[in-house]
Design a protein around this ligand. Structure first.
Ligand code: CP
Length: 309
């Protein structure tokens, strides 16, 4: 019988044991970079982007290069994905590549891509999930603290795609996640996912931001406006409204003065909105380690999906 292709669309598709094992493997990959320098030899990753990116594009491409493979960058708008059915174009891609990583606007389009693909598909961030980011976040905490289980992580911001992937992965790894999310992107909130994490005792919703930051080991924030809307003239009124609601939730020195929490942000950062430059550049910030860890986290994901680990 043919083995079913394993994808990474969302962590809900992976068992807790699979995620624990992948995290152990990512630590190994990070500590033994040279050992993996030929593991992707002869393999190609196709990276399909419908939205902008710095980290996702660079870290996946660098990851393939460092492992002896090759990455092809495809801008959706200059391909025939915009003319044809997504699953048919995906079938074609998968006859040329060992892996496809896609950053698409809509989750349902990503599912069509997966349907057509004969090789593993990795979600490089859609409107509902950002699994690679959340995995790199867990790797960052694991490397910083030496262990992951029992960690307390507080997410302050708008409930978005990153929030969902954090809920999913923290619940799998035994991390207690506290959400301070005065605004929810309606399309993003997934009630069954939250209920499952709450039933495990690993998800709490908090309204008192000071309590939240004083009682966690790591505090995490993200943009208040999704990347595709940040400079969109049609979204400026909503951006203004969100800024007024969210400004009391900014990560700044005053908020953090009685907290020992280390600070995380998935980048890109909007300085002066969700976080101040002083906090970004402070001793407690592990933001650039977090961003760097996208590289090793995704190497581990790619190696596991092609069966090289
Ligand atoms: N965090 C993240 O995905 O960064 P990019 O949007 O720059 O890829």
């Amino acid at each position: 019988m043919l083995k079913e292709t394993k994808h990474l669309i969302t962590w809900q598709d992976w068992s807790d044991d699979e995620i624990h094992s992948l995290l152990d493997f990512a630590v190994y990959v990070k500590n033994n970079r040279v050992y993996f320098s030929e593991h992707m030899s002869g393999r190609t990753l196709v990276m399909l982007f419908q939205k902008t990116s710095t980290r996702t594009r660079v870290s996946f491409e660098a990851g393939m290069t460092e492992m002896g493979g090759h990455a092809i960058y495809l801008d959706w708008h200059t391909t025939n994905f915009q003319l044809s059915d997504i699953d048919l174009e995906a079938t074609y891609l998968s006859r040329n590549a060992s892996l496809i990583m896609a950053r698409l606007r809509k989750h349902e389009d990503l599912l069509l891509l997966k349907k057509g693909s004969l090789v593993p598909v990795i979600n490089g961030c859609c409107n509902i999930y950002h699994p690679c980011q959340a995995f790199a976040d867990m790797l960052t905490i694991r490397l910083d603290k030496g262990k992951i289980e029992g960690t307390t992580l507080c997410y302050i911001g708008v409930h978005n795609n990153v929030t969902n992937s954090l809920i999913s992965i923290t619940s799998a790894l035994g991390v207690h996640l506290v959400l301070v999310t005065p605004i929810q992107n309606e399309y993003a909130v997934i009630k069954p996912l939250m209920e499952k994490a709450k039933a495990k005792g690993l998800l709490t919703q908090e309204t008192n931001i000071q309590n939240a930051v004083n009682n966690c080991e790591y505090v995490y924030t993200d943009t208040w406006v999704d990347m595709e809307f940040f400079n969109d003239p049609n979204f400026q009124k909503e951006k203004q409204k969100r800024t007024e609601i969210m400004m009391p939730y900014q990560l700044n020195s005053e908020l953090l003065k009685n907290s020992k929490a280390k600070v995380m942000h998935d980048m890109p950062i909007h300085v002066g909105y969700e976080i101040t430059r002083e906090v970004i550049e402070s001793e407690r910030s592990i933001i650039f380690n977090q961003a760097e860890n996208r590289l090793d986290a995704q190497k581990a994901i790619m190696l596991r999906l092609v069966g090289m680990s």
